[in-house]
Design a binder for this molecule. Structure first.
Ligand SMILES: *Cc1c(COP(=O)(O)O)cnc(C)c1O
Length: 434
């Protein structure tokens, strides 16, 4: 008998890992390419075209859970179409932001009553950051006049922080995440940090940084866009003050589904929203001219909730029934480890550099690889049915959603990547000669 090749060995290993994976059954809860397409997976001649797409972009737009379409149909046809205005009460529309917030709470380690769903992440960052500055000043006067922000942040967070700083008379201090503790002091009012870096996939030390911000007497706002639904967050356990996150990435809520805002219970009375819309009023239907904030998470609301996408999100959250976030984390780490092992086996050494930390305690649920022609490489990869994404200027991102991504997917993605890297390099050598 001949020695198995590397390809055979890793393909077999992928099958073993899939067979031992208790979350494999959850794949059925999503609309993905069918099992017919799965059969041909080992046959790389058959992977051209669209069949059997490996979807590794759930960190940008999560796949569609199967229950969503029927639920949306019911919300539109029956709740809106027949019940019309009665649905605000009878279909629970009015209280949906808090009710769905409580469903997300379990996934980010928060007790009920602290999360409200609505608006975009960008808008919630604004609410949280301005409220954080107001809270920090409430404690010891006006001395605090600095907002510290992660310099490598997703652009919207930085833009909003700049405006929030200008509005509150603060200066904005962008610092590398590793240097945040050294930047904190008596002037720090608020700190806006990302739990997982959207580009590199680096997981930051939420407990340690939260403690450091508190030691400086400041208020911390965590952006959970790339961690919620992929790993345990432990908001309550780590004493986080405020947090925001989106629901269309690892929570699979659908394109533009509403974001959420967490305000720790003992801070809710001091949450002074810069957008105090009528939905956050203690008596919204009293139609009073004077504003008086409602108690609790409701205080984070602004205007009328976007019911259609909010209830699509509600249905999407059903996929989490009976699923523990610790099991999801364990699989996420195993998947990203295995993918890297396969990339090392199939990509020419030095052709790509991994920018995601190898250490599990520093890794989110994506792998980011750097190569100079990343834009071209991703176009070819998508053409071959491996969907990740490209982030300017030179990063290939592969997101791993443990609920529906398997080890064979990871294997195939790496195998096709190895081939595409050769092809694209060959083409540019050809062009250089021409
Ligand atoms: C995805 C993401 C956002 C998205 O903001 P929207 O307002 O939903 O467009 C913001 N911040 C971070 C860190 C993200 O990853």
């Amino acid at each position: 008998m001949s020695e198995p090749t590397t390809t055979d060995r890793l393909a077999l290993r992928a099958r073993e890992l899939d067979a031992g994976d208790e979350l494999t059954r959850l794949r059925e809860r999503f609309v993905l390419d069918g099992p017919d397409d799965l059969d041909g997976r080992d046959d790389l001649d058959g992977v051209d075209g669209v069949g059997g797409t490996v979807y590794l972009d759930g960190n940008s737009l999560g796949a569609l859970p199967v229950t969503v379409a029927d639920r949306v149909d019911d919300v539109v046809r029956r709740q809106w179409g027949r019940l019309r205005i009665r649905s605000w009460e009878e279909s629970g529309w009015w209280t949906a932001p808090e009710r769905i917030g409580d469903r997300i709470a379990r996934l980010v380690g928060a007790a009920a009553g602290q999360i409200v769903v609505g608006d975009s992440t960008s808008v919630n960052i604004f609410k949280a950051l301005v409220a954080a500055v107001r809270m920090a000043r409430g404690a010891d006067g006006d001395a605090r006049d600095e907002i510290v922000v992660d310099a490598t942040t997703f652009p919207t967070d930085g833009y909003i922080a700049e405006s929030a700083a200008r509005m509150t008379g603060c200066s904005l201090r962008p610092v590398e995440p590793g240097e945040v503790p050294g930047a904190l002091g008596a002037r720090t009012a608020a700190v806006l940090l990302n739990h997982v870096d959207y580009r590199s996939g680096r997981l930051h030390d939420l407990p340690g940084l939260t403690a450091a911000v508190h030691a400086a007497g400041a208020v911390v706002v965590w952006d959970l866009c790339h961690s919620a639904g992929a790993l345990p967050v432990g908001l309550d356990a780590h004493g986080v003050d405020l947090a925001v996150g989106c629901t269309y990435k690892y929570l699979n809520g659908g394109p533009g589904s509403p974001a959420y805002l967490y305000v720790r219970r003992d801070l809710q009375d001091r949450f002074d929203s810069p957008l105090p819309g009528w939905n956050s009023h203690v008596e919204p239907f009293g139609m009073r001219s004077a504003y008086e904030a409602a108690p609790g998470a409701v205080r984070g609301r602004v205007g009328t909730p976007d019911i259609l996408s909010m209830l699509a999100l509600d249905a999407a959250l059903d996929v989490w029934d009976g699923v523990g976030i610790d099991a999801v984390r364990a699989k996420s780490l195993a998947l990203t480890d295995f993918f890297l092992q396969c990339v090392e086996a199939y990509a020419d050494p030095g052709r790509v550099t991994c920018v995601t930390p190898r250490r599990p305690e520093e890794r989110g649920s994506q792998i980011a690889l750097r190569c100079p022609d990343a834009g071209d490489v991703m176009k070819h990869l998508i053409g071959r049915g491996v969907v990740g994404d490209f982030r300017h200027p030179d990063v290939l991102r592969f997101g791993f959603t443990p609920l529906y991504t398997g080890f064979t997917d990871a294997w195939r993605a790496a195998r096709v990547l190895g081939e595409v890297l050769d092809e694209v390099a060959g083409q540019s050598r050809g062009e250089a000669r021409a």
